[in-house]
Structure formats: structure tokens, C-alpha cells
Design a protein around this ligand. Structure first.
Ligand code: SF4
Ligand code: SF4
Length: 123
């Protein structure tokens, strides 16, 4: 049975928080995104990674900078054009392979709050 999601992004009040370090996405997704002609679109840190369908991943931010696709208003420039082009990693976040991603504790206020509550209950 599929696990019920604990975090619903539609209810989020700090949506751009989780984009502040960019994301790792598949190289083929990156090529498709480039075809959209978004101003300032760029990718960084190409690496081999067998967990990605093409065998390669690229980052959407330079080192610890925010994602290049995050607009001034905190929205995703790719999502604004087409949800279909939005990277799978971003669509799934704060989940990764059906589980909460470890980095979500630092990037997502909702997840952070849930961990805090759990820790309090455990005391
Ligand atoms: S992952 Fe967290 S911070 Fe990002 S949109 Fe979803 S609830 Fe908000
Ligand atoms: S591609 Fe869009 S959703 Fe993904 S990190 Fe960048 S701004 Fe956020």
C-alpha cells in the first residue's frame, strides 16, 4: 500500500525555501529545459550518477547559491511555463524514492517542524 504523504506542498507558505540550494536533476531533463529558452538558464557540476536515468546528473545552482530558475517572487520559472518540464527531483521533493529526503530537514520548514514535534514527543 502506498504511504500517505505527510507533507503537502500545496499548503506551503515558504515555497521557495526548498529551492535555495538548487537541485540535482537528470542531464536529459536539463537539455529539455534549455529548449524552453528561459533567460539565465544554466546548469552546473555535471557528474556521473547511476541513480539518474541518463547516468548523469547536473545541478541547477552554482555551489551553495540559490537555484537559477527561482524567480524574484520565489516561484519556479520552469513550473511557470510547463509543469511537465519541471525536474522529477523537484516534483517529488521533500520526498525521494517515497521517503522524506534527509536534506529536507534543513530545506523544508514543514519537515523541520514535524521532526521537532517528534523529538518533543519522544522526550
Ligand atoms: S518541500 Fe517543503 S518548503 Fe518546499 S514547497 Fe514543499 S512544503 Fe514547502
Ligand atoms: S528547478 Fe524550480 S523547483 Fe527545482 S529547485 Fe529550481 S526553482 Fe525550485
Amino acid at each position: 500500500m502506498k504511504k500517505k504523504k505527510e507533507v503537502i506542498c500545496e499548503n506551503c507558505k515558504t515555497q521557495s525555501q526548498c529551492c535555495r540550494l538548487g537541485a540535482w536533476i537528470d542531464l536529459e531533463e536539463a537539455k529539455n529545459i534549455l529548449s524552453l529558452g528561459i533567460k539565465g538558464a544554466d546548469f552546473f557540476h555535471l557528474e556521473k550518477d547511476e541513480n539518474f536515468p541518463s547516468g548523469y546528473k547536473v545541478g541547477t545552482s552554482y555551489e551553495d547559491e540559490p537555484c537559477v530558475f527561482m524567480t524574484r517572487g520565489g516561484l519556479c520559472a520552469i513550473h511557470k511555463i510547463s509543469y511537465d518540464f519541471k525536474p522529477v527531483t523537484c516534483k517529488e521533493f521533500p520526498y525521494e524514492d517515497g521517503e522524506l529526503a534527509p536534506i529536507a530537514r534543513y530545506l523544508c520548514e514543514e519537515v523541520k517542524a514535524k521532526h521537532k514535534k517528534k523529538r518533543k514527543r519522544a522526550r
